[in-house]
Design a protein around this ligand. Sequence first.
Ligand code: IMP
Ligand code: MG
Length: 196
Amino acid sequence: MASPHPDIDHILLTADAIAARVAELGAEVGRDLAGADGQLVIVPVMTGGFIIVADLVRHLPQRRVRIEVVTVSSYGGTNMTSRGAQLIGALPPTLEGKHVLVVDDILDTGGTLRLLQAEILRRGAASSRSCVLLRKPTAGAAQTKCDYVGFDIPDEFVVGYGLDFDGLYRNLPYVGTLAMHARTATPPPLTEVRAS
Ligand code: IMP
Ligand code: MG
């Protein structure tokens, strides 16, 4: 494996460990939702859910599924604690008769999943399930229903595989903890590109 990015302290989950676990989650979801074929709506929570959902749905090649992205904001910029979940992107106005699976990167306070579960049931869904790659041992997470959990991790701030700090590090193929020196640094401005 290539050496980790210099801003990463230690790797918590390797790309291989994540791939193996996401394959297991895909098999479980496929079995549980076999009866929902054609009525299955997968809702990735943007932006952090974009990598796990891309991997997960490719373990469901026998199912006819729709993808409806939703954007929820709970952190801003360099904040490392949640300020409460806010729906800032639309869900379909009706989900009548649909079996919905929300997919997110991490379950922390649970605000995101609880908000979405309420919104999904309000739109008439036949069922609402959720899947996260990671879960932290918080009081809020313990009070939040989550049907598929990849890994229970310690209460540490992590990045990679969709998870960010200040919008960065989502592209790391593994999950790791962020080094202290990277927690306050402001990235250099992008060089302006002009069309000639
Ligand atoms: P919750 O609403 O508090 O459960 O938080 C869920 C959201 O907080 C996730 O979708 C992430 O965007 C963000 N989050 C929580 N913990 C971390 C972390 O350790 N690293 C990066 N983002 C996190
Ligand atoms: Mg998120």
